[in-house]
Design a protein around this ligand. Structure first.
Ligand SMILES: C[S@@+](CC[C@H](N)C(=O)[O-])C[C@H]1O[C@@H](n2cnc3c(N)ncnc32)[C@H](O)[C@@H]1O
Length: 224
């Protein structure tokens, strides 16, 4: 499914979010700017897709930022951007549930709009915990449900009735853009995800809602 939409993925992201997706990723980068300015920090952007977050992290970092995804066409698009912008950035193909990465080897893990798609959230969180170094930080940017009932209904209407039509029309895969609202509906709310992070052993867990709660930015740390 992700392979089918890869060629139009960026265009649709910006169009369907009215370009607000750039702001969501920029805010995630801002939250970890202290980590990024520390030379030698090892950063891994999981479920990197076409690489927008990975490249935004790299722009503000002295470190090499690794990007990984299990969808080859997404990685090809990411690779093209890395080359075009003459940036550093190492990409590898892997399942986020079973990473070919050594224990305790990463200082900062980011994940934008990828976590929701994992087949098993507990396994995903314990894999993050495994590869993070003690004191390392995980940042999960994900869709959420607006807490306000009126906004929630409006957003629900947009994502069920409008988004699949535009997404299907431009990408050629209506199924993929019907999956998006479905997966958001099935995804735990921000409070529940924060609890799951604590259960997985993360400390200093917190989240901030953005854009009326359509998106939430979750932060947690592996105990030092
Ligand atoms: C909605 S896209 C997000 C891409 C990018 N992070 C962004 O901000 O636009 C979700 C990405 O997660 C990837 N993905 C989903 N499940 C995955 C898994 N188990 N392992 C690795 N990548 C996965 C998909 O291939 C896709 O590229």
């Amino acid at each position: 499914m992700f392979g089918r939409i890869a060629p139009r993925y960026d265009l649709l992201n910006h169009l369907l979010s009215l370009n607000i997706d750039r702001y969501w990723r920029a805010r995630a980068v801002k939250r970890v700017s202290a980590h990024l300015s520390t030379p030698g920090t090892r950063v891994l952007d999981l479920c990197c897709g076409t690489g927008d977050l990975m490249l935004a992290l790299q722009r503000r970092s002295q470190a090499i930022v690794y990007g990984s995804d299990f969808c080859h066409p997404m990685l090809v698009a990411a690779h093209r951007k890395v080359e075009q912008r003459r940036m550093r950035g190492a990409l590898f193909e892997a399942d986020a549930l079973n990473l070919p990465v050594a224990d305790s080897s990463i200082d900062l893990i980011t994940m934008a709009f990828g976590f929701r798609n994992l087949a098993n959230y507990q396994q995903g969180l314990s894999e993050l915990m495994r590869v993070l170094a003690p004191g390392g930080r995980a940042v999960i940017l994900e869709f959420s449900t607006p807490p306000n009932a009126v906004l929630s209904r409006l957003y629900d209407y947009y994502s069920r009735a409008i988004l699949p039509v535009i997404g299907g029309w431009i990408s050629g895969s209506r199924e993929a853009y019907s999956y998006l609202p479905e997966s958001v509906r099935k995804f735990p709310g921000a409070l529940e995800l924060a609890d799951q992070m604590r259960d997985a052993g993360f400390t200093n867990v917190r989240f901030e809602r953005m854009t009326a709660g359509i998106v939430a930015l979750h932060l947690g740390e592996r105990p030092g």
